[in-house]
Design a protein around this ligand. Structure first.
Ligand code: UDP
Ligand code: MG
Length: 301
């Protein structure tokens, strides 16, 4: 079984070579046939040079796909999946937070369980600030309540899966991609294994709180239309409250400003929700490519 390692990289110059070496050492004697597919997502540091050097010197098969600019991790994952040629595929980060011995464990599980299509690693305990843990836990609670697609709390993009899953994921043409939902939506049998995220080897995280917020919103909008119906229920509630108040306050001259403001805000909220969906419909109808490639280096060609 040939394994393709898909590694999205955005400003990971200090991690490319250590990651390659760590995988090579972990796979020695355990995984005989594998290739690296690095996707340089428009890095502005020396990642392109580090990858070119790796392609030149590596003994293992290495492909380095370089984007024309930064398109985001989701686009890099998609490109990696399209460019990989294995029988099974692993998505892992380029910063060594996810250790290669877990990948060996995933591959072994797939080999021993022919009926299992995907092995996904999940973090039992998050190695993050309490604020981040709070928001992430609540994100999963909300999205699981409003979406039919299941989202497993702590499950990452760190996963190994067969070709049937890869081909299914490539069939989904959407521009706004949210891998956690896409992998769940395509189905197939998935086994979850716990792992602990290590500290980043070098560089810093690319996810600010704002970026994560936008990503979470995009995930909710991609996988449920429940928010679109929210104004309907809120409207019914405020109408009932207005009728009740009208009956109770007959003949009285009460200040109605707070009520008017509340109803006005609810209307704006409804329009805002609508806007979020319309914006995405607009983006999807343009059918722009999810990424553009500047060059592909491949030591097998
Ligand atoms: N990444 C990417 N494009 C981006 C942001 C991140 O390809 O626009 C890559 C990054 O290089 C890393 C992985 O996605 O390999 C996860 O990013 P990061 O480590 O910053 O996220 P964290 O582990 O902090 O959640
Ligand atoms: Mg990381």
């Amino acid at each position: 079984m040939k394994v393709s390692l898909i590694i999205p990289c955005y400003n990971e110059e200090g991690n490319v070579l250590p990651l390659y070496e760590a995988v090579r050492d972990a796979f020695e004697g355990a995984v005989p046939d594998y290739e690296f597919v690095f996707v340089n997502d428009g890095s502005t540091d020396g990642t392109a040079a580090a990858l070119a050097e790796l392609v030149r010197t590596a003994e293992c098969p290495v492909k380095a796909v370089r984007f024309s600019r930064n398109y985001g991790k989701e686009s890099a994952i998609l490109a990696g999946l399209s460019e990989a040629s294995g029988d099974c595929f692993t998505i892992m980060d380029g910063d060594l937070q996810q250790i290669p011995s877990v990948v060996v464990e995933m591959i072994r599980y797939l080999e021993e369980h022919p009926d299992c299509d995907c092995v996904t690693a999940f973090q039992e305990a998050r190695n993050e600030s309490p604020v981040m843990v709070f928001f992430k836990d609540h994100f999963y609670k909300i999205i699981n309540r409003v979406s039919d697609t299941e989202f497993v709390n702590g499950a990452s993009d760190f996963r190994t899966f067969r070709k049937n899953v890869r081909d299914a994921v490539l069939q989904l043409p959407e521009t706004n991609r949210f891998s956690k939902g896409i992998f769940s939506w395509v189905g197939f049998s998935t086994h979850y294994i716990p792992y602990t995220a290590e500290e980043r080897l070098s560089g810093t995280t690319k996810w600010s709180f704002g970026k994560l917020w936008a990503y979470a919103l995009s995930g909710i909008i991609s996988f449920t239309t429940v928010p679109l119906r929210l104004p309907l229920f809120l409207g019914a509630g405020t109408l009932a409250a207005a009728c009740g108040a009208a009956v109770l306050q007959r003949g009285e001259k009460r200040k109605t400003l707070p009520a008017v403001l509340a109803v006005g805000s609810l209307q704006l909220f409804g329009i805002g929700v609508l806007g979020e969906y319309i914006a995405r419909v607009y983006q999807e109808t343009k059918q722009r490519p999810v990424y553009l490639i500047k060059e592909i280096l491949d030591n097998q060609k």
